[in-house]
Design a protein around this ligand. Structure first.
Ligand SMILES: CC(C)(COP(=O)(O)OP(=O)(O)OC[C@H]1O[C@@H](n2cnc3c(N)ncnc32)[C@H](O)[C@@H]1OP(=O)(O)O)[C@@H](O)C(=O)NCCC(=O)NCCS
Length: 329
């Protein structure tokens, strides 16, 4: 295939586009990395694809790309996990399993409780609304008719921030740092001191607060239910429970935190850790694989509804002055 073929009529272009993506994902799986040339090629194809493809039918290749992307993520992500953290030997998919259980199997975790946890994990991390950084970024980049692979890659860059998806890894590391400093039998007073120490050093308490929610995150609650059922005696879970009592009053006392309650990230690491998936650095990858379903379905709807290019509104200095005057009046 040459670059020249992308200038041919859109039917031909679509076939080549599909081939390119298939070829690329296989090599990506082999290498465990994305190369710069991959992004360059995708960018060129996405650009010309956007120029040539009939807009009202754009949802069709978007739909196909999203399904392919969602399907290919677990093999690629589990390959990366096995290569970085295990012997390097990848595990074949078991097509009798559902999506989440199969992902767990390919990672190397076959305990039925872990399969159940992964089902819960994938479901609650899929998406909850379109305004969070990763979902919004996927939508924003897709609004330029960038293909789903590029839009999803951009979304994951947002997910990788510690105020967003990286918080799940930060929580487990922070909880472990509590134990390192205080020992395993941490008292409520010691815990309060540690929370204040974190805040006074200018850091946030990971796993607490939310941009929109104003009560305990329901995704936290269902993970708590799972833990109460399957690992009530796990010492890290008991610490998470203690934090649920200790942190909200302290954050409330700060006076500026709009939501002092725990979010989804406050719990997930401790559950994964219990079943042996203890490599915190990998947690955001799990989050990303799960989120692909939300971001992918959003992109399909964006194209089906023909939503326009997204752009923040710009205002003039005069508008700003009038706005401030009106607010002050
Ligand atoms: C999620 C988060 C980024 C939302 O931010 P937000 O929408 O600005 O939240 P708020 O409006 O309540 O923030 C008001 C103030 O409280 C602070 N705050 C909020 N949550 C806090 C926390 N967990 N620990 C310490 N301070 C916190 C903010 O940093 C902000 O301080 P500032 O005015 O000095 O800048 C924030 O709660 C946070 O940083 N949480 C910890 C990281 C985390 O768990 N992220 C995963 C979210 S699902």
């Amino acid at each position: 295939m040459t670059y020249f073929s992308i200038f041919k009529p859109h039917f031909r272009l679509r076939v080549n586009f599909k081939r390119l993506m298939t070829m690329d994902c296989q090599s990506q799986s082999k290498l465990g990395i994305c190369t710069a040339s991959h992004f360059l090629m995708c960018s060129v194809v996405a650009f010309y694809g956007g120029q040539n493809y009939c807009l009202y039918r754009f949802w069709e290749p978007t739909y196909e790309d999203c399904l392919n992307l969602i399907a290919r993520l677990p093999p690629v992500a589990s390959y990366v996990y096995r290569r970085i953290f295990k012997s390097g030997k990848s595990i074949e998919a078991d097509n009798s399993l559902d999506y989440a259980a199969n992902f767990s199997h390919m990672l190397g975790f076959d305990d039925p409780k872990m399969l159940e946890l992964m089902r819960l994990y994938v479901t609650i991390h899929t998406d909850h609304e379109g305004g969070n950084v990763s979902a919004h970024t996927g939508h924003l980049v897709g609004s330029a008719l960038s293909d789903p692979y590029l839009s999803f890659a951009a979304a994951l860059n947002g997910l990788a921030g510690p105020l967003h998806g990286l918080a799940n890894q930060e929580v487990l590391l922070w909880i472990k740092s509590v134990i390192e400093e205080t020992g395993s039998g941490v008292t409520t007073d010691q815990l309060k001191d540690y929370v204040w120490k974190t805040l006074k050093s200018g850091k946030v308490v990971p796993g607490f607060g939310h941009g929109v929610l104003r009560k305990t995150d329901p995704r936290y609650s269902c993970q708590r239910e799972f833990a109460l059922k399957h690992l009530p005696k796990d010492p890290l879970f008991q610490l998470v429970s203690k934090l649920y009592e200790v942190v909200p009053p302290i954050l409330t006392e700060l006076g500026k935190v709009k939501n002092p309650w725990p979010n989804v990230d406050a719990h997930s690491g401790v559950l994964l850790n219990h079943f042996g998936l203890s490599e915190a650095r990998y947690y955001t990858v799990l989050f990303g694989v799960s989120r692909s379903m939300g971001i992918g379905s959003q992109l399909i709807w964006d194209r089906a509804l023909g939503l326009p290019l997204e752009r923040p509104k710009s205002v003039t200095m005069e508008w700003l002055e009038n706005y401030c005057k009106n607010k002050a009046a």
